[in-house]
Design a protein around this ligand. Sequence first.
Ligand code: KG4
Ligand code: ZN
Length: 370
Amino acid sequence: MIKSQIPIILAIDTSCDETSVAVTQGTRILSNVVWSQASQHAKFGGVMPSLAKRIHEERIEWVIEQAVSKSQFQSYEKIDAVAVTSGPGLAIALEVGIRKAKELSSKLNIPLIEVNHIEGHLLSPLAESRNYKSQIPSSKHVLINKIEEVNFPAFGLVVSGGHTELVYIEEIGKYKIIAATLDDALGEALDKAARMLGLGYPGGAYLEKLAREGNSKRYPLPLPMAGRENKNMFSYSGLKTAFYRLNEQIRNTNDDLNKQTVCDLAASFQDMAFKHLIRVTMESINTSEYKNISSILVGGGVSANLELRKRLRNMGKELGIKVYSPKNKKLCGDNAGMIGIAAGFKSVDDIRYMKYDLVDRKPRWKVDED
Ligand code: KG4
Ligand code: ZN
């Protein structure tokens, strides 16, 4: 039995290298604790699945307790359902969150809702502003503050370390991927470029900082897939190879890369990577069969990038659609708050409640698959 009119959800995400637990109610986030493992993976230059699993196991209990105590309810009794990311993500990392979620839902005798991680990123811009009265979630229109309402159908764009996808959102819960990457994801490409420049991991934010001081015109790079039909396909591997060669060339002529050169290289790579993203997104929207859409929701780690946000806003103006991004950095990267929000929409729809023994890891779960 649901205790509150709008169910209170404890959400867990252990899909990659963040151990995260949140308490949410509708689109309101009551607590959202993220334990980042990034510094422990940094020395490997990427996420080590076995290390991620071990840290999730060591931390999850503590993160759950933190999330509950930081929420306004501060007790397990008020929780109506447990939500968990069951994919996509690293199989052995996902398992940790799923096991814990099953344990909790069975102990508290409440339903378990499985959530697709990409759906979480897509819906992360819907998080309510503080002090706004919670609403009963509707899958067709969502108030995000006193005056603004996001109506569906809408487009969604996920830009993370593992995914670059443009999605048609018919209504919340009904998705169709209309463009995806052929190779690397945008965040992955930024991380690899940052690594070539000797920056830290994950590199997207470091690259952004240096790019601000750089001249993107100094080292021209090829626009990915230029000359090919620019729709429905992103690709970053060609740009990555060109960037690698450019770096080699510069290193062969200079002993050391000076600070300005590194900034200019960062600016060039970021500029082309974003130009390609915007070009394919615009082209795919313009040529899509979906008309009269007035919004696009953007989520994922790379959506924290201010330069990208600016370009997306300009894109929105050109297309005549409003761009919604997550309100803060925490909601851009991996976090359980977005998983709780996505689960909140499912909880109004009883058939979506899962019996806990049916929930299992789905490492390659696409957002438009059941
Ligand atoms: O969504 P996320 O936290 O994890 C995945 O689901 O993959 O995204 C992580 C990605 C990394 O590639 C990271 O470099 C990138 O997001 N990222 C950024 C910024 N902050 C994080 N990329 C560009 N600019 C940033 N400020
Ligand atoms: Zn993610």
